[in-house]
Design a protein around this ligand. Structure first.
Ligand SMILES: O=P(O)(O)OC[C@H]1O[C@](O)(CO)[C@@H](O)[C@@H]1O
Length: 547
C-alpha cells in the first residue's frame, strides 16, 4: 500500500473516531441539502447514500483514497484489455460483450469485436429457431421447456436475470439445475416431457463436477425415453472449452463459445445468457446488454464524485474498513429480484474474498464483507429485528422501482406497489432515525400503560438509529434497468478491489475443496477412509457409509 493510501485511511479513521457518537439524524437536521449532496443520478437511476454517516469531508478523503489507489488508471487498463487478472494472466473484458462499437479491441493481438458479434448472432438465430418452433425436438414436438445445467456463474446470472425479466418472458419455460445433489435434476425433469425439453450444458471450463454429472444424468434420461439419436436435437452447450464440448457429442451448430477474458461470475452477458435470450427473446436480451453498456460509459466518463459505482464502492469501503462492519445486506423490494442476493454473493464474495494483494503480500485492510439478503418485505418479518436492534450495525442496500409491472392492470395491484415503496422507505427511515427511550415511554403512556410498565418496557422499544443504508431507486425493472444495476455492482466490486489492491478476478479459494472432493469420492464409494484424512472426517465418512 502506498503512503497516500495509508494516509487516507488514517484520515478516515480520525474522522470516524471524532464523530463516533454523531447521529445521522443530526446531519440531516444540520443540512437541508443533505439528500441532494449525498445522492447521485444516472437518468432515472438514483443512488441515495445520505443515510450513511459520511460528511462532505469524509467524501473528499474517500475520493482521495480512490485516486491514491489508482482507480481511474486501473479502470482504463481493464477496458483496454490489459491482463489485470495477473494470477491467471488474463484480460478482463466482460464490458466488451455489451459494447456494439466497431472500434477494434485487441486482446492478445486479436480483435474481439467480430467474435462477440458473431456469437450473439448465432445465439439469436438459435433462440429464434427454438422460440418459433422451427428448431423442434427429435419427434417434431416444439420445445416447451429449457433446462440450463450449470453452477456458479454458469447458473446464478441467467437464473437471476430470467426471474428478474419474468414480465418479458414469452419463450419456453426455464428451469435451472445446479446442485450435484441428484434431487435437483430429478425434481426438475421428472414432470417434463423429454420430447419437448432442451438441455443447455453451461460450463466455462466444461470440467465442473456438478455440471458434468448432471449433464450425464440428463443425457441418460433423454436417451432412455427417446433413444441415442435424439440427443443432438435436445442438447446445446455454452463453454470456452470447445474441444471438451465436442467430446461430449453436442453438434457444433448448437455450441456457443465465449472466451477466457470473461470471468464466470461476469458471464451472464456472454453465451451463458442463452437461456435468458430463449426466455425473453433477442431484442430484450440486447436491451439488457445496452443497460450494462450505459453503466460502463458512465463508469468510464463520470467524475469520481458523481460516479455511481465509485460512490457505492467508497461507501462500502467506509463501512467495511473504517466503521468495521463485517457484513452488508442487499434487500431488493422487488420480488423479481429475489435471486439477486445470491447472484451478488458470488459476484462480490468470490471476487473480493481475498487475503493477499496483487503482489502476493498479506492485505493491509479488511477486504470483502459477507454479502447476504432476501427480498423485502419478507426480510422484515424474519431478520430485520437484528438489523434494527442487534449489537452490530449491518449496512443495508435497498433496491426499489418507482413502478411495478402490474400496477396499471388493477387498482389493488397499484396499491400493493405503493405499499412496497412505503415499506422500503419506512425501513431505511426507521434504521436511520431510531427511537429514544423517552419517545418509547411517551408512546406507551399514550397507549394507556401505567408508569411502571412503561419504564419496564421502554428499553426494549428503543431503536438506536444511525444505522446505515443506501437506496437504489429506478423507474421500472425492464431489461435495460436490470443491465444497468448488474453492471453497477460489477464495477463497485472492481473499485473496492482496486482500493484494496487485490485481484478481483481469480478464485483460487474454491480449489482446495474441489481437489479434496475428487480424492474423497473413491473413499466414499468404497467406505474406506484414507490414512491422510483427519479423525473427524474419517469418523464422519465411516458414519455416513456404514450401511
Ligand atoms: O462455468 P464452470 O467452469 O463450470 O464454473 C462454474 C463456477 O465454478 C467456479 O469456478 C467456482 O468453483 C466459479 O468461478 C464458476 O462460475
Amino acid at each position: 500500500m502506498s503512503d497516500k493510501i495509508d494516509d487516507a485511511f488514517m484520515a478516515l479513521a480520525a474522522d470516524h473516531a471524532a464523530r463516533k457518537s454523531q447521529h445521522v439524524a443530526d446531519l440531516f437536521a444540520a443540512d437541508p441539502n443533505r439528500f441532494a449532496d449525498f445522492s447521485v443520478r444516472l437518468d432515472d437511476l438514483l443512488l441515495d447514500f445520505s443515510k450513511c454517516s459520511l460528511t462532505g469531508d469524509t467524501l473528499a478523503i474517500l475520493i482521495e483514497l480512490a485516486q491514491a489507489a489508482g482507480v481511474e488508471e486501473k479502470r482504463d487498463a481493464m477496458f483496454a484489455g490489459v491482463h489485470i487478472n495477473v494470477t491467471e494472466d488474463r484480460a478482463v473484458l466482460h464490458t466488451a460483450l455489451r459494447d456494439t462499437s466497431t472500434t477494434p479491441l485487441n486482446v492478445d493481438g486479436q480483435d474481439v469485436r467480430a467474435d462477440v458479434a458473431q456469437v450473439l448472432a448465432d445465439m439469436a438465430r438459435f433462440a429464434e429457431g427454438i422460440r418459433s418452433g422451427k428448431l423442434a425436438g427429435w419427434t417434431g414436438k416444439p420445445i416447451t421447456d429449457v433446462v440450463n445445467i450449470g453452477i456458479g456463474g454458469s447458473d446464478l446470472g441467467p437464473a437471476m436475470a430470467t426471474l428478474a425479466l419474468a414480465p418479458y418472458h414469452d419463450g419456453p419455460r426455464s428451469h435451472y439445475v445446479s446442485n450435484v445433489d441428484g434431487a435437483h435434476l430429478f425434481d426438475t425433469i421428472s414432470p417434463l416431457d423429454p420430447a419437448s425439453t432442451l438441455f443447455i450444458v453451461a460450463s466455462k471450463t466444461f470440467t465442473t463436477q456438478e455440471t458434468m454429472s448432471n449433464a450425464a444424468s440428463a443425457r441418460a434420461w433423454l436417451v432412455e425415453a427417446l433413444g441415442e439419436p435424439a440427443v443432438g436435437h435436445h442438447f446445446a452447450a455454452v463453454s470456452t472449452a470447445l474441444d471438451k464440448v465436442a467430446a461430449f457429442g453436442i453438434a457444433p451448430d448448437r455450441v456457443f463459445g465465449f472466451w477466457d477474458w470473461v470471468g464466470g461470475r461476469y458471464s451472464v452477458w456472454s453465451a451463458i445468457g442463452l437461456p435468458v435470450m430463449l426466455a425473453v427473446g433477442p431484442a430484450n436480451f440486447r436491451r439488457f446488454l445496452d443497460g450494462g453498456h450505459a453503466m460502463d460509459e458512465h463508469f468510464r466518463s463520470a467524475p469520481l464524485a458523481q460516479n455511481l459505482p465509485v460512490l457505492l464502492a467508497l461507501v462500502g469501503v467506509w463501512h467495511r474498513d473504517v466503521c468495521g462492519y463485517a457484513t452488508r445486506a442487499v434487500i431488493p423490494y422487488d420480488q423479481h429480484l429475489s435471486r439477486l442476493p445470491a447472484y451478488f454473493q458470488q459476484l462480490d464474495m468470490e471476487s473480493n474474498g481475498k487475503r493477499v494483494t496483487l503482489e502476493g503480500k498479506p492485505v493491509a485492510y479488511d477486504t470483502g464483507p459477507v454479502m447476504w439478503g432476501e427480498p423485502g418485505t419478507n426480510g422484515q418479518h424474519a431478520f430485520f429485528q437484528l438489523i434494527h436492534q442487534g449489537t452490530s450495525p449491518i449496512p443495508v442496500e435497498f433496491l426499489i422501482a418507482a413502478h411495478g409491472h402490474n400496477e396499471d392492470k388493477d387498482p389493488l395491484l397499484k396499491r400493493q406497489h405503493a405499499m412496497l415503496i412505503a415499506n422500503c422507505l419506512a425501513q431505511s427511515e426507521a434504521l436511520m432515525r431510531g427511537r429514544t427511550e423517552a419517545e418509547a415511554k411517551a408512546q406507551l403512556l399514550a397507549a394507556g400503560r401505567d408508569e411502571d410498565t412503561a419504564d419496564r418496557i421502554a428499553p426494549h422499544r428503543v431503536f438506536p438509529g444511525s444505522r446505515p443504508s443506501v437506496t437504489l431507486a429506478y423507474d421500472k425493472l425492464d431489461p435495460f434497468a436490470l443491465g444497468r444495476i448488474i453492471a453497477l455492482y460489477e464495477h463497485r466490486v472492481f473499485v473496492e478491489g482496486a482500493i484494496w489492491g487485490i485481484n478481483s478476478f481469480d478464485q483460487w479459494g474454491v480449489e482446495l475443496g474441489k481437489e479434496l472432493a475428487s480424492t474423497l469420492l473413491p473413499a466414499v464409494e468404497s467406505g474406506t477412509a484414507p490414512d491422510s484424512l483427519s479423525g473427524s472426517s474419517a469418523g464422519l465418512l465411516q458414519h455416513l457409509t456404514a450401511k
